[in-house]
Write a protein that binds this ligand. Structure first.
Ligand SMILES: N[C@@H](CCC(=O)N[C@@H](CS)C(=O)NCC(=O)O)C(=O)O
Length: 205
């Protein structure tokens, strides 16, 4: 397998899952700052021009964080990333999609890419503030989801990698506090050898 990633981007969560699994893979750096995602080599592989992108051993390419995480957890069951039972699996997907589609795409994207939401620079402060509000609401919901449990779907699962990367952005990148249960979850994630190997490999440790 090949994981196309950019250091500290959302692909860091998929990188963690691959480290948890332990099957052979190659991590291929896509330099987003230099626009490598739009160059023919990468755009030919993933016309969406986004990381994470996973090239599987049969040569097929999978995109979109929730789909990649779900596929990895299903394909490598012994890694224990797929919770057991339909209800817990649905909960894992529910949390993953919320972290990616709402907290990241609606919240963080507004904070980091306000121009994608409002062409006029005069509106950017308001767009950023709205992004922070969406993200903070998401943290509150994740905090409730973690009440009385260590992991989002009850047992450790692919969903925890998604909460890890948005927590990483908020806490490690922006130096902002996480609510109690999310902070404890982030500490549990950071204690995992797979997370430590990933952060080191991406130059983030
Ligand atoms: N919906 C996509 C979002 C992926 C995404 O937004 N990735 C960002 C990095 S965190 C990216 O590749 N950005 C490059 C760009 O927008 O040019 C997913 O679930 O994987």
């Amino acid at each position: 397998m090949k994981l196309f990633y950019s250091p500290g981007a959302c692909s860091v969560g998929i990188h963690v899952l691959l480290e948890e699994i332990g099957a052979p893979y190659e991590a291929v750096l896509v330099n987003l700052r230099e626009g490598a995602q739009f160059k023919p080599d990468f755009a030919g592989l993933n016309p969406k021009s986004k990381v994470p992108t996973l090239e599987r051993d049969d040569g097929t390419v999978l995109t979109e964080y929730p789909a990649i995480a779900f596929w990895l957890a299903s394909r490598f069951p012994t890694a224990g990333l797929m919770p057991s039972g339909m209800d817990a699996q649905a909960r894992a997907l529910e949390a993953t999609d919320y972290c990616v589609a709402t907290m990241h795409m609606q919240g963080f994207s507004r904070m980091f890419r306000p121009a994608n939401f409002a062409p006029s620079e005069a509106d950017h402060a308001a767009v950023k503030a709205r992004g922070e509000e969406i993200f903070a609401k998401g943290l509150g919901l994740m905090d409730k989801a973690l009440a009385g449990r260590e992991w989002l779907a009850g047992t450790y699962s692919f969903a925890d990698s998604a909460l890890f990367y948005v927590s990483f952005w908020w806490n490690a990148r922006l130096q902002k506090d996480l609510p109690g249960n999310v902070a404890a979850h982030f500490a549990r994630m950071n204690a995992r050898p797979a997370v430590q190997r990933t952060l080191k490999a991406e130059g983030l440790a």
